[in-house]
Design a protein around this ligand. Structure first.
Ligand code: FES
Ligand code: FES
Length: 179
């Protein structure tokens, strides 16, 4: 029997009736129509299906869609701001952190979470943070380079935003207030 699930995906609320055993990754791909999240194995080992669940990186093949009920999921499609790539996407592009690209959405989501937790990870921390993601093509060196670059970009962006906040003038009063 189908079960109703309400889940916010990339900021958009979805309500669907699904089989209780439908995996979250299949829900995202086949019900929500978001095929950027890939399925690379059937043993929960490759990480190609990584998404953010309430901000935490999870393998979406390792949980049921109904378990995401009431929660917020971010997929690779939800990472960019309009036409502006997320710093992690930009870094993978700039540093050629991919070849066939099949594993890339999972690596990017896992990296976004890693940098959210630790904006300046050491190489060991990057390797540890991404050990749940496998790539058959790249040899990992460019991925490592991309994560380092994304970390630098994230730190720079945060510093710029902090500086802008410091010089932001107070909000102007609406016309007519205070006579
Ligand atoms: S498809 Fe989820 S870990 Fe491989
Ligand atoms: S780029 Fe091909 S599997 Fe990673």
């Amino acid at each position: 029997m189908r079960q109703s699930v309400t889940v916010t995906v990339n900021g958009v609320p979805h309500e669907d009736a699904v089989e209780p055993r439908l995996l979250l990754v299949h829900y995202l791909r086949e019900v929500a129509g978001l095929t950027g999240t890939h399925v690379g194995c059937d043993t929960s080992q490759c990480g190609a299906c990584t998404v953010l669940l309430d901000g935490m990186a999870v393998k979406s093949c390792s949980m049921f869609a109904v378990q995401a009920g009431g929660r917020a999921v971010t997929t690779i499609e939800g990472l960019a701001s309009g036409t502006e790539l997320h710093p992690v996407q930009r870094a993978f592009w700039d540093e050629h952190g991919l070849q066939c690209g099949f594993c890339t959405p999972g690596f990017i989501m896992a990296t976004a979470y890693l940098l959210d937790q630790n904006p300046s990870p050491s190489d060991d921390q990057i390797r540890k943070g991404l050990e749940g993601n496998l790539c058959r093509c790249t040899g990992y060196e460019n991925i490592l380079r991309a994560v380092r670059a994304a970390g630098r970009a994230t730190a720079t962006k945060a510093a710029v935003e902090a500086a802008v906040d410091e010089v932001t003038p107070p909000s102007p009063q609406p016309v007519g207030v205070g006579g």
